[in-house]
Write a protein that binds this ligand. Structure first.
Ligand code: NAD
Length: 264
């Protein structure tokens, strides 16, 4: 425990359960004294999120489907009513039809392309627009992305295209909000077994491939992601914005299969 986030308040969006990347981040922030609010999608998740939030000293829960602009307005009005000033936002949200997270990208439907872009990329813009006016003392906004934005990863398909839009949004948002001392960054996390990841075709193969071929010869944990998120959300990174920071045990620097990696 420490005091890096003492006196700072923020909203965590996208906590589903204790496997979520958002959970690793929330734990790391709380351990440094942050005060946390949580938003979740749909009443079904409320009973999972409530005890997790409570264990981190929070009773501040908001329901919010980020595809619904009225719901976003309401969530940020409710947030502002209790906390007129916030310091950070964690955007840990992505979604696509799992029938299109397998097979070929060329088969993506227009409906799912638009829905995936909306929930996985535009929502960061919509959230930032509403969060920025509350960041009167500056702030830090963090999203989660994946290597499938940069290179072709089997089955990632339309989600890779949405993550590319998300990473570019990070740059444009960082430029828009820089004058207000609001920073916007992304963490490109290596594969981790979560609810969202289970929708991706043959995810076990991706996990195994990364474990065998990353420079560190292991996969990242949600605590690895939490530590880097703490840096990007605290004043330690006060000069960093528009960045996509890889937290992937170095996988993104490798160009070929490792010689010591067995066939899988
Ligand atoms: P997760 O299933 O725990 O979290 C995904 C969250 O998105 C859930 O809480 C879900 O409720 C929320 N969500 C989906 N649609 C929503 C909507 N319309 N409105 C509000 N919330 C919505 O899985 P995760 O892996 O922790 O995912 C968090 C983020 O991390 C995602 O952006 C994901 O793409 C990214 N990421 C994950 C991995 C991985 O391997 N797990 C790697 C890199 C990046």
């Amino acid at each position: 425990t420490g005091t890096l986030m003492q006196g700072k308040r923020g909203l965590i969006m996208g906590l589903a359960n204790d496997k979520s990347l958002a959970w690793g981040i929330a734990k790391a922030l709380r351990a440094q004294g942050a005060e946390l609010a949580f938003s979740y999608q749909g009443e079904a998740l409320a009973k999972r999120v409530k005890p997790l939030a409570e264990s981190l000293g929070s009773d501040f829960l908001l329901e919010c489907d980020v595809a619904d602009m009225d719901a976003l307005d309401t969530a940020f009005e409710t947030l502002a009513a209790r906390w007129p000033k916030i310091d950070f936002i964690v955007h840990a949200i992505g979604f696509s039809d799992k029938n299109e997270l397998r097979g070929k990208y060329v088969d993506t439907s227009l409906d799912n392309f638009l829905m995936t872009m909306n929930i996985s990329a535009y929502s960061l813009v919509a959230v930032t627009k509403r969060a920025a006016p509350l960041m009167t003392d500056g702030g830090s906004i963090l999203t989660l992305t994946y290597y499938g934005a940069e290179k072709v990863v089997p089955h990632y398909n339309v989600m890779g295209v949405a993550k590319a839009a998300l990473e570019t949004s990070v740059k444009y948002l960082a430029n828009d909000l820089g004058p207000d001392n609001i920073r916007v960054n992304g963490i490109s996390a290596g594969p981790i077994k979560t609810l969202a990841a289970s929708g991706i075709g043959d995810f076990r193969y991706i996990l195994k491939w990364n474990e065998l071929n990353a420079p560190m010869r292991r996969n990242v944990t949600i605590d690895d992601v939490g530590g880097s998120a703490l840096y990007l959300l605290s004043d330690l990174s006060s000069g960093v914005t528009g960045e996509t920071h890889h937290v992937d045990c170095g996988y993104h620097v490798v160009g070929m299969k490792q010689e010591d990696a067995p066939d899988i």
